[in-house]
Write a protein that binds this ligand. Sequence first.
Ligand SMILES: Cc1cc2nc3c(=O)[nH]c(=O)nc-3n(C[C@H](O)[C@H](O)[C@H](O)COP(=O)(O)OP(=O)(O)OC[C@H]3O[C@@H](n4cnc5c(N)ncnc54)[C@H](O)[C@@H]3O)c2cc1C
Length: 653
Amino acid sequence: MSAVQADTLDAVGTAQQVRIAIIGAGPRGTSVLERLLAHAAARPVRAALHIDVIDPYPAGPGHVWQPGQSRLYLMNTQSFYPTLIPEDPALAPPVAGTTFNGWRARQQHRPLPSLAMEEKSELAALGSGDFPSRALYGRYLRCTLKELLERLPDGVTVRFYETSAESVVPAGDGTFDVALAGGGSLRTDSAVLALGHIPSRLNPEQRELQSSAARLGLRYLPPAVPADVDWDAVPGGEPVLVRGMGLNFFDALGQLTEGRGGKFIDAGPRLDYQPSGQEPLIIAASRRGTPYRTKAALNAYYPASVRLRYLTGAALERFRAAGIRPGFDHDLWPLLHRDAVWAYYSTLVRSHPGAVAEPAAFLEALDVALHPHAHSAANWEDSMAGVLATHVAPRHRLDLRGLAAPLAGRSFASRAELDAAVVEYLMDDARRSALGEEDPVKMAIGALHHGRAVLKTAVADGGITDESWVSGLRGWFESMVEGLASGPPALRAEQLAALARAGVVSFVGPDPKFGLDRRTGMFTAASPWVKAPPVLAKTMVEALAPANRVSANDSPLLKQLLADGLVRPRLMMTAEGAPVQATGLDVSPHPYRPVAANGSVTRGLYVLGLQLSAAQWGTAIAAEAVQPGGPNYPSGQRTLRDADEIARAILGR
Ligand SMILES: Cc1cc2nc3c(=O)[nH]c(=O)nc-3n(C[C@H](O)[C@H](O)[C@H](O)COP(=O)(O)OP(=O)(O)OC[C@H]3O[C@@H](n4cnc5c(N)ncnc54)[C@H](O)[C@@H]3O)c2cc1C
């Protein structure tokens, strides 16, 4: 039997009758454990319950949230957001624990003696609206698991294995054998796959860059969880090409600047950067040519002034009642688009009174133009354009697609000109974020952010058509909304602008092409929209997470399950009728069980989290704590309900 965790999470008891193996003990796997304990405590189990928890990383934080990682890695959700513990009165009450915010407040008054100095000092200054370090969230997960284990209901035993599960094989009598890396195996009645962010094979272009880099003696850092990357391997004083300007980019930036001893200095109206001299010259590239837009400064997860009027639960119910499985582009986006338009112009009227000549008449006319008429052949966008032409000057109008592609249609005579344009964009974005609820652009984005929560319900509960999932939701909307509504706090835009002004960061431009220059033996990147020689670098960093695609996974366990036909990727039909492999597993709801290659559903095997990405949308986010004043969308704690359903199915409730 392989190593058992050597602290208070040691094995507790040995009696076994109903046996469960939880494979993966990050937040999702820990949620299943929490729900099993909650149900066992609510109605004592008739048979003794034995739970084996398997993860090569310490249970609770798992891989992503290791408490020892650099404190420069921040969460991109605020303290009030995440929770491991459900707050739904319809579910069995938890045996222990609270939300992250509840734990934060408790630690500020009565810190656990086991907290490290740096944890105490972070907690001392951390407010409900601040962005915690990932390390601190990991400490919360660890402490919460410990609290749960201190309240084990009678008849329940838990054992931890700090290793990977390498295979799950049916044993023939309805049980499974789970083989552990390093030897040994566990017999279990049920197995829960909560594998989360697993390694992925590189795509052909990445493989080519990696193998050419090895041949030419260059450094290629493939997609990874940022805390796994050896940032010391990136040499200072020379160019490094960074592909991707999403959240991982800001992690890379932090490690290569502040992490190297540089300092941001508050220089009155703006930030300045004082280099340490150890930084590389960071050359950043992404399809848009700009980073994700930063979050608006709000006291809540959703802007309070924005309430959806069109893409609502009632609208989804109307589709259901009419027997319509909605299409994204045809049915759902036109509603959400209207919501974004209304959020923009209602904010404009409120915060820029001079921008619209007759605000009341304008909003009334806009209301009529946006009203969804089920049996009208009129085009609402034409009606809206007519209203805008009458009431709003062109410079005050919303260009939603343009927001997501701020450099589209522009070209630059030099790299310096491009860098100046990106700095201007960053400062404008940070200024808008600071205006919060008063900025029309940020409120249009706020409507999309609200809409994302409703879309998650539409996708997971009623489902949308395959073709619109492929070409609409994942085809264009996901990347647009990610770039607009999933960004970092505004401070990051100000920091990036400061780094660009200090000459530590430069940009490649939109639609970059990457390659290797055989003559110089270096990586190259160039944008067709910037008149400048290609950028050359000996180091290239992919600032991306490994692809979440089961068919490209590099996990021995998932490969075995696919090879043995115990699971299969879901196939979806495109508009042309061609089947395409979706990113997630084929599953039957509820609870989610994998569909085998032969179409059967294996009893006793369960899935939750990221591998559900062909049944749910937006699976890679923590469960959302109930927000005082709401709105509290059903999708916010879906993952906890998924865990609850698995626990109930296992316990036969
Ligand atoms: C870098 C990063 C930052 C993020 N930041 C945020 C944020 O700020 N806010 C937010 O809400 N969400 C964030 N997320 C989203 C994140 O997906 C969720 O918050 C959460 O971690 C998902 O939990 P999980 O348990 O499904 O997956 P994971 O956290 O990935 O945990 C899965 C666990 O399974 C284990 N495992 C995998 N295969 C096996 C195997 N064969 N045998 C045994 N164990 C195995 C892994 O070691 C891992 O510990 C972030 C994700 C990443 C990668």
